[in-house]
Design a protein around this ligand. Sequence first.
Ligand SMILES: [Zn+2]
Ligand SMILES: [Zn+2]
Length: 106
Amino acid sequence: MAKWKHKKSSPKPKKLERFYKSDRWHEARRLVILRDKGLCVMCGKPGTQVHHKIHLTIQNVDDPTVATNPDNLILLCDYCHNEVHHRVGKHQSYLFTADGDLVSKK
Ligand SMILES: [Zn+2]
Ligand SMILES: [Zn+2]
């Protein structure tokens, strides 16, 4: 029998915060911004947020085919990024600053 100790309110995923501060993320992000020419792929306005199509979780953050794979990354503007996340549902309680850094909601 597997013993899972799942807490009801999950602790702040430090692992994800660390990833968003890592060089590999900043490099992947930079390449995506170059590839998408600095424009939001949904509306064509200046892009500010690099979004993971397969959402980043503590489980896949170490998987380079998800976390830093350009095929899994698209450049979005603030507006479209929020739209995408709202449409997907409240899968995470994070906000992003204008340069794509993660800010945890209080
Ligand atoms: Zn947009
Ligand atoms: Zn996103």
